[in-house]
Ligand binder design. Sequence first.
Ligand code: GDP
Length: 466
Amino acid sequence: MIRQEDTICAPATGSGGAVSVIRMSGSRSLEILTRIFYPADRSVDLLNKAGYSLIYGDIKGGEDIIDDVLVSIFRAPRSYTGEDSVEISCHASPYIIKKILELLVINGASTAAAGEFTRRAFINGRMDLSQAEAVADIIASTSKASHRIAINQMRGGFSEEIRNLRAELLNFASLIELELDFGEEDVEFADRNNLKDIVIRIKLIADKLASSFIAGNAIKKGIPVAIAGKPNSGKSTLLNALLMEERAIVSDIPGTTRDSIEETVHHDGIEYRFIDTAGLRETTDFIENLGIQKTYEKIKQASIVLFIDDVMDGPEIINRRIDALKEFLNPDQKLIIVINKTDKVSPGEISGIHEKILAGNKDVVVFISAKNKTGLDELRKSLGDSAITEKLNSNEVIISNIRHYEALRNVSESLGRVLEGLENSIPEDIIAIDIRQAIHYLGEITGEITSDEILGNIFKNFCIGK
Ligand code: GDP
């Protein structure tokens, strides 16, 4: 479907704002530009203009002046796509944008398909596939943590590691294949112990990267948090208090819609997403309802469970409820015990209750009054401590893309078979097949191995203009 010979155009900016950018890329970009763009400085020779120049002038449709614009010129291969490209910065009127695109098409450009600029960048070797995928992630990133993962990936952080591992395996595969060529003669070019070491090492790296996916995916999509507790314990009041403070923080940022912050809270660069809490809030009897599949399923989706209870119920009953809840949690889930309505008791009573709850639990206990909004900072801090922050603070590579995760799992499986083969003296030709498979899957991540189907799937999720 790729039309490398075509020159393509598309709006590159979303709606709103004062200025819009229209992108055009392909060998005819400058020639097409000359037909509609008239530099203010008549002496400018557009066709021979060097890359990275900025030119001011008018866009005209026949005699009609459409807009005065700034045009950036990029020369192959030093452009996003690797082709000659131009970017027209015009006024952000939907009419002007439409008109300029129309003029570009009339003069020989085609409209770009979704992700076509980035697809061309990949085809032309400007970035590998995992970097191209990171472009979409970086545009979609909503928190400091998700942004960090995306920007590391875009800058090629783990592509290089994958490429090196693949090169090592390739080297061994060719040595083994050379042995096979010699057939009957008993030669051994590939040192078996050496091969085993390499396979073990690469398998470990693949496993480690794959295991970072759960954390990476949670960070990318927001860490799922469930609020659970008996009716009237204050679940809605707490959620509203958290969301209201969130709104106060983000409402100054233009363009943030209420919808997108409806059930998310940011703290210290991480986004927390409250999962389908409405369902949990509706339950009539919390403990009984835990046994109901639907409630349980919702709690299961959470990385962090906020268990909220009424301080007036007393530590014995509260501890019993906590014990019941814990039966349903898996070891990876973090539990934060939130004791609410502290405005109803004296500080002295609180510390007594605190001790009794801590005696039965090693979990984090936070005392709040959702109504008076006290203790919320401490609660947010506990959320931060429960999130997977160790990984974020180090420079470790985190993957957040399910395609990479699946490929890494396949790499690990193939290498597992190689190890088994080496230990059980399986014939070389069989081992060689499994090594080739591992090489294949590693290549899928960076795009050294690819098919139109894989590319189509990746780029169809991009916007037009990306
Ligand atoms: P939910 O059923 O768990 O969602 O509980 P709600 O948030 O609807 O709260 C139930 C009742 O408890 C409401 O009347 C709230 O005003 C009240 N409530 C919630 N939090 C507090 C609190 O911190 N202190 C006091 N005194 N009342 C609270």
